[in-house]
Design a protein around this ligand. Structure first.
Ligand code: PMP
Ligand code: GLN
Length: 389
């Protein structure tokens, strides 16, 4: 406390340190295998890394790139959306490059919300959602995804809409539950958005990590183009999470609004990496298929190992995460479990409970990531196997 009041403002005071930083620090401190924070332990394609080196050496992007992103990347984002989803966007007015999806989400919420607007988002939430809604002065309204199915109840969603609702914040494939919204669910959500004239911001960073069903962008549904901001990024798809290259696509007026906020957040970032990701997005379909299938195999390896170790396992349809329930161990408090896990067996995980407003809904849920090498997963599973239920 100084100058008569707390330094951190009221909007942020509730948030503290992100759970990812907390659990990764604990993993480092204890020398544990880190299955908490979702980042791969193997770099992405060599030729993409080389493309970044080439860009650095030839001076592509070493000075401020254009505000909306380098033209090569904007064209590549548009071409990728057309190739995979049949969505057509103008690279000049309907694509905006951001500092990861994180900035795309922040800029969208800061641009589109007035203080007091209500935002409906599925909980458990990815942690930046709640913080960004708060920074915008808006109010979060959770739609709870409940174990064991973690599917949204559309009647419940309808009941949450009020005259103050401005925006639905979606995430499919969903971190941490691995739920992938079905075409029926997406149609129901879209119909509600149209009926109540709501905006939609949709976080699709795991678009290429769908193991069951397929990824369907809600922007492609009738009536949605003019009200949807889609956010994605290169981190997960190309295993370069540190490069922080992301993008937003949408109708030109929406993208112009998001750009208005983004220009005062970072203005621009990652010049040379933008050129490399432009090449990555043009990789052949075989790359995307092999990536998904490799991750499916690792999902199965981890899910099987966790089951054998005694966890109740929810098989994810997508993402890099397996959500488990620790009740079979006679334990109920996921946070306490995750704080103790590194000392108990040398593995770090993340408590899903911190991503819920409803303290009961996720109380005994723990998330593990499988975006690690096979030998690392095998060792982690062997260690977890010593936790007798
Ligand atoms: N959204 C979700 C659902 C995530 O899991 C993550 C974490 N990678 C992000 C957004 C942030 O993406 P980026 O690293 O591109 O900012
Ligand atoms: N998206 C990753 C996760 O959910 C990492 C997030 C982060 O470190 N902010 O684990």
């Amino acid at each position: 406390m100084t100058l008569g009041r707390p330094l951190l403002n009221r909007r942020l005071a509730a948030f503290g340190t992100t759970i990812f930083a907390e659990m990764s620090a604990l993993a480092v401190r204890t020398g544990s295998i880190n299955l908490g924070q979702g980042f791969p332990d193997t770099d992405g394609p060599e030729e993409i890394r080389e493309a970044a080196v080439r860009a650095l050496r030839t001076g592509h992007g070493n000075q401020y790139p254009p505000g909306p992103g380098v033209p090569e990347l904007r064209a590549a984002v548009a071409a990728h959306q057309e190739r995979f989803y049949g969505l057509t966007w103008s690279p000049d007015t309907e694509v905006l490059v951001t500092t990861g999806a994180t900035e795309g989400i922040a800029a969208s919420l800061l641009a589109l919300l007035e203080p007091g607007d209500e935002v409906i988002a599925f909980e458990p939430y990815y942690d930046s959602y709640a913080a960004c809604i708060a920074m915008a002065g808006a109010v979060r309204v959770p739609l709870t995804l409940r174990a064991p199915s973690f599917r949204p109840d559309l009647d419940e969603l309808r009941a949450l809409v009020t005259p103050r609702t401005r925006l639905l914040l979606l995430n499919t494939p969903h971190n941490p539950t691995g739920t992938v919204l079905t075409p029926d669910e997406l149609s129901g959500i879209a119909a509600l958005a149209v009926e109540h004239d709501l905006l939609v911001v949709t976080d699709e960073v795991y678009e290429h990590l769908v193991f069951t069903g397929a990824h369907h962008p809600i922007a492609a549904l009738p009536g949605m183009r003019e009200r949807t901001v889609s956010v994605s990024s290169a981190g997960k798809t190309f295993s370069y999470t540190g490069w922080k290259v992301g993008w937003v696509t949408g109708d030109a007026p929406l993208v112009a609004a998001v750009r208005a906020a983004k220009q005062y957040l970072t203005f621009v970032s990652g010049g040379p990496f933008q050129y490399a990701i432009a090449e990555a997005l043009a990789l052949p379909d075989a790359f995307f298929t092999a990536f998904r299938e490799g991750m499916r195999r690792r999902r199965d390896l981890l899910a099987e190992g966790l089951r054998a170790a005694g966890f109740r396992v929810h098989e994810p349809e997508g993402t890099y995460f397996v959500t488990t329930d620790i009740s079979p161990f006679g334990e109920e408090d996921a946070y306490a479990f995750c704080r103790a896990l590194p000392e108990r067996c040398g593995v770090a995980a993340v408590p899903v409970s911190v991503f819920y407003d409803d303290p009961e809904a996720g109380r005994s849920q723990v998330r593990f990531t499988f975006c690690k090498r096979d030998d690392v997963l095998e060792e982690a599973v062997a260690r977890l196997g010593r936790l007798a239920p």
